[in-house]
Design a protein around this ligand. Sequence first.
Ligand SMILES: Nc1ncnc2c1ncn2[C@@H]1O[C@H](COP(=O)(O)OP(=O)(O)OP(=O)(O)O)[C@@H](O)[C@H]1O
Ligand SMILES: [Mg+2]
Length: 369
Amino acid sequence: MILTSLEMIDFRNYEQEKIDFADQKNFLFGNNAQGKSNLLEAIYLSCLSKSFRTSHEKEAIAFSKQNFILKAEFKFDNGNKQKVTLLCSNNKGKEISVNRKRISRISEFIGNFPVVLSSPEEYNLTTGPPPERRKFIDILLSQVSKKYIHFLIEYFRILKQKNAILQKWKQTGKQNQIELEPWNERLVEIGSKIIDFRNKFSGQLSINIKDIYSKLVKNNEQLDFTYHPNVEFNSSEEIESCFENKLKQLFYKEVQRGTSLAGPHRDDFIFKINGHDLKKFGSRGQHKTVLISLAAAEYELIKKLTEETPILLIDDLYSELDVNRENNILDLLEGFGQVFITSTEIHNKDSKEEKSKHFFVKSGTVQPA
Ligand SMILES: Nc1ncnc2c1ncn2[C@@H]1O[C@H](COP(=O)(O)OP(=O)(O)OP(=O)(O)O)[C@@H](O)[C@H]1O
Ligand SMILES: [Mg+2]
């Protein structure tokens, strides 16, 4: 898939700007605070209906304006074209339409316009707490499976109900175990499907990421990415029974704390370089290289599973990296489809790229460079 053009109206520091993009690499240069990341955010929003910077998309409405509009034209691998319009207003919230047809459920939309992002705003993914990594996996799997989106929505609905009961028990001091049982049964049923999905796909992702990382570092560093499920199991068939057992074991603790302590909402994923935890021992450049490898691995996985080429967005490509790694990344991206790369400086290799476009981003305007 390719984003052929994007129009932004009152989106962050853009008043009105329409840009036609190249089918392959699009390099966006500019000083700090000019609108490079804003532009990638607009692309990401047009593909996923969600921002990578905020869960309150209204924040992206230009200061003192009432709404923003994004109009994105996409061309799929088979040549079909689709136009996404996203309107976000202070009073009505978000409205999305595809070819002028209004989308009523976000789950209908997510996954239709595959996109992958690597951004400094994601540093939390390797340095921060587990929710950041679960969010990453959830966005990835939501783009490859509608079933997964429905399982997630259902899981969090059940979890909310279960927690409400546990909270009520805590406050009243009265418990009625039968009240919790149907929720626990459903939690196990749906939660096990989520665990199974995460397990299968993180296995594939881990193979891709190891391979890509070694291409980028070209030394003996080895990256391992592993799934650490909260419910431990040995095989897919065992997940449900292991989950049930864990809930039984934790029953009194859950009652005491008034919250759910077992299930995929407590999963984590761990990165290790040569056996050492990246979070504790990684250098800035290693974190950055891991994030780029992860994006590339996600890209390959989405492409393989959806049979559609995603768009790749790399914000601030060159910060934290030495020249060798920069060049290795550019070499790796040769085999990719449409890529958007932002940076504050022009990299000498960029300017030699054919089939690519170069833009200068300045004070909310985007000009061909
Ligand atoms: N809702 C908004 N309305 C208007 N301007 C905004 C809004 N949100 C952010 N901005 C402005 O956008 C600018 C930042 O843009 P952006 O994050 O795209 O910068 P950048 O070019 O990526 O810079 P850097 O190289 O520092 O990452 C800031 O000047 C900020 O004040
Ligand atoms: Mg930026």
